[in-house]
Design a protein around this ligand. Sequence first.
Ligand code: NFE
Length: 488
Amino acid sequence: MSAQILSPITRIEGHLSIKTEIIDGKLANVQSCGEMYRGFENIMIDRHPLDAARIMQRICGVCHEVHGIAAAKALAQLYKIELPQNGKLMHDIILGIHIIHDHILHFYHLSVPDYIDFVALASYSGNDPALKGAKDWVKTVKPALYAQKVSGDYISEPAIALPFIVHYLEALELLGLAASALSLLGGKTPFCHTIFPGGVTTEITIEKLAKVSNIVDKLNSFVIAKYLPDVISIAKLYPEYWTIGSGYKNAICYGGFNSLGKLFFASGVIIDGNQTVFDKNKIVEDITHSYYQGTTQSFSTGETKPYYDKSGAYSWIKSPRYDGHPMETGPLSRIYVNYARYEGLSKIMFELKQPKEALFSTLGRHLARAFESIILGEFVQEALSSINVNEPTIKDIDMSSSVSDTGLGLSNAGRGELLHFIETKNGRVLRYNCIVPSTWNFSPKDSAGKHGPVEKALENTPVRFEKGMIEAGRVIRSYDPCLACSIH
Ligand code: NFE
């Protein structure tokens, strides 16, 4: 069959199109195309380094805090400062709440509509005010929501579908609460303005901590009682997705959430099933098929020079590679690298009759995300109770320092591992580089002709419905794509 373009890919952040063929009923020759140029790294050039913690948050309206914190880490190294314990805890707490928020949003609002038919609402005749309200709203204000979806094997039996829709609505309320917790700690959200290299400028009081802890309790209860069981239900309803969307089975984790002084995420790398030690110097950005001048560059010397007419290029996303390998990153990569420590997860996999390796799949990514939400929820509560309100939350920086040096921030984000690198000369930025989770996942081919991770995961996906849109959509959205971030 001739090439076709799946576009727009909806319910994601930013602009992604997928070029593919369907050969023998399967997707083939897949290309992941990031469709716009942004240039945030170039915006930083010649600015004051501290601008990074503000400006780089604007890369994304979804994961703003994570860029603020990764920038803060790079700047802390640049200025050679050690954060006070409260500062370290606050960065991890903000990051943790943000990631739980993102995971709930991703599952209920961006992914459940791939599996559950919201038309089930039309047959609802009960008295639940939320469902009645949703039914009336959809019918009178947004009837298109009933009609506009790609063809597929959705579940529409009310007994199965309605609980998902109830949780979808509950999750909307919780996202508002999570955002208010982030505002209490971050000054506002999106774009928390209290995040600084030395910690946070937030005034911390017992009352504030209690309010945040109360919200985190609600998030944790929802995640344990509804989110995880709902993911398991989807897994039982669509077991074929344990093998669809597997990808390379390579994973990268930078480690993180160490502010409590004990191991949370250890760093590590899985290549072809073998675990090895993570070495940041093995990360490069290949730009052979990206619209930029050049071929391959190190994260510490590379540049971002747009070149739209470049022969062979098909995406504005670069291709990060680790020791030459395309790597998947995300909750799955963090959980997989640390799997030996998660008895609870191996029990779930045992009950689902799936081997650990099956986590590399469309369903595995959802399960890893739900599981990560549970362990991060526990972490955040412990971190909140470890804050000493009588101690400082920030270490000051000499803003007039004309530093000439480099700083590297290796951090975590909802969609995977995040790197910010800064180089300065006489107190001004010479070079800024970000390697972002969705850049790893949605990268185009490299100079060796190896597909990016999502391209690889889509290859051979069986197609039963129109253009393969629903099958491709499920695989793509299991990565929780953010194209705004991946291009930055
Ligand atoms: Ni725009 Fe982001 C996260 C970062 S992208 S959402 O999480 O960094 O992958």
